[in-house]
Every structure is written in structure tokens, then in C-alpha cells.
Write a protein of this length. Structure first.
Length: 236
């Protein structure tokens, strides 16, 4: 095969063919790169945000320095108690906090501390289910807790509480913020394991307990905390 035309024309033809080939290879290579999922063997990062296509934040994995404040409907509000945690925060479809996992521990001049806590929140409220472990020096506790929460928006309740002077109304709102523990299954600081069933005001009403030494017991309590029945029967 022969190529007709002047040398300059033949050069332009060859040049055009080379440029076209390089451009095609670049486009095809770029498409292949985009379609291929990135894969990392190891990554160091301070924070990872999981977001929906519309930008709604759904989960955060973060160190202490970049941990969120109080996510609420897409805003990052200041946390009323302050917060400096390491862990994972769960957010609902509206971008509001609805649970999380935190953990930590250290040796502070020979005094050991450790904690781990995972919880799930009621809508626009606080935790209604939590699993936790706490250690402070020789004291250890581990528990599963179920709680009651008011249906009010916790953000609104906290804002009302912050604006009130000390008094009964402020105290009532503080109780609403704290919620009411209804069931606690755990290991106490004295190494006893127990199941505590509580009434709507958070008072123990039925307690199953086994101390480290043995001798299990069951107690039914009145609203003042007095035993109204027990096994073994203390009257015997």
C-alpha cells in the first residue's frame, strides 16, 4: 500500500492517526478506571462520613477531634453536655442522631479506666436500649438497659430547660431529659449479677440477684423500696 500526497500531508495524516489513537486509549482507560471500584489494603483517616445521594448524613466514624456535636435534621448543633468521644454515630433518614457506639480507656498514673457503649435512640430523643461496660480503677460494671422516654423532641426540651431558672419546672424537664430506666440486667461493682425491673418512676419493684458468693434471692418491693415478698422468705 502506498500513501499519496506531499510529505507534509503524509505527516499530518500520521500525526492525526496517532493523536486519535492516544485520545481513544485515554478515554477507554478513564472509563475503565471509573467503573472499577477502588480497593485499599490499609487506610489512615480521622473521619469517614456515610451519606445518601442527596447528601443526607447517615453515619459517622470519627476520632475525638472530629466527632460530631449533636446532629439534628441535617444541622450539627452544639452538644448540651459537650462531647469528646471516639467511635461511630448513627443518624436517621432525616439526618438526626439515633444511636451510636463509643469506646475508650487509659492508664492514668496507675489507675486504669475503660468503657464501651452502644445505644439506640427513640425518634428525636435519646437512648431506649443500651449495652455498656465501665471500669474506673477497681470498680467494674456491665449492663443492658431499657428505658422509657417522653415523646417530646429532646432538642426542644433541652432548649426549654436551658432557658429556665432553677426550680420545680426545670427539675421536671431534667427528669424528662434523663428518661426512666425500666429494666437493668447487669453485673454490679460488688460482682453480683442482677435483673432489676422498675416502675414508671424508675423505682426497683422486682429484683433477681446472685452475689459472687452464691445465695440467690428474689425480692418484690413497694414504692418506698421496702420488701413485700422475697425468696428465700426472710420471715423463716
Amino acid at each position: 500500500m502506498t500513501t499519496s500526497g506531499t510529505p507534509s500531508q503524509r505527516f499530518l495524516l500520521i500525526y492525526s492517526a496517532v493523536v486519535t489513537a492516544v485520545f481513544a486509549a485515554t478515554v477507554i482507560g478513564g472509563i475503565t478506571f471509573v467503573l472499577k471500584k477502588p480497593k485499599f489494603r490499609e487506610i489512615d483517616v480521622e473521619r469517614i462520613n456515610l451519606v445518601e445521594p442527596d447528601g443526607t448524613l447517615r453515619m459517622v466514624i470519627s476520632d475525638k477531634a472530629r466527632f460530631p456535636g449533636w446532629p439534628y435534621k441535617g444541622q450539627n448543633l452544639p452538644h448540651p453536655a459537650g462531647r469528646s468521644e471516639t467511635g461511630m454515630l448513627f443518624l436517621d433518614d432525616e439526618g438526626s442522631e439515633n444511636g451510636g457506639l463509643i469506646f475508650g480507656g487509659k492508664n492514668d498514673n496507675g489507675r486504669f479506666s475503660s468503657y464501651g457503649h452502644i445505644s439506640f435512640d427513640q425518634y428525636e430523643s435519646d437512648q431506649v436500649l443500651e449495652i455498656a461496660h465501665f471500669q474506673d480503677g477497681p470498680e467494674h460494671r456491665a449492663e443492658i438497659v431499657l428505658s422509657d422516654r417522653a415523646d417530646d423532641s429532646l432538642v426542644e426540651v433541652v432548649h426549654r430547660w436551658q432557658a429556665l431558672p432553677p426550680g420545680p419546672e426545670k427539675d421536671a424537664l431534667a427528669q424528662k431529659i434523663r428518661g426512666t430506666k425500666r429494666l437493668v440486667i447487669g453485673k454490679d461493682a460488688d460482682h453480683a449479677v442482677s435483673i432489676r425491673m422498675k416502675d414508671g418512676k424508675g423505682r426497683d419493684r422486682l429484683v433477681f440477684r446472685v452475689p459472687a458468693e452464691g445465695a440467690p434471692s428474689i425480692e418484690a418491693l413497694d414504692e418506698s423500696g421496702n420488701a413485700v415478698g422475697s425468696v428465700p422468705n426472710s420471715a423463716r
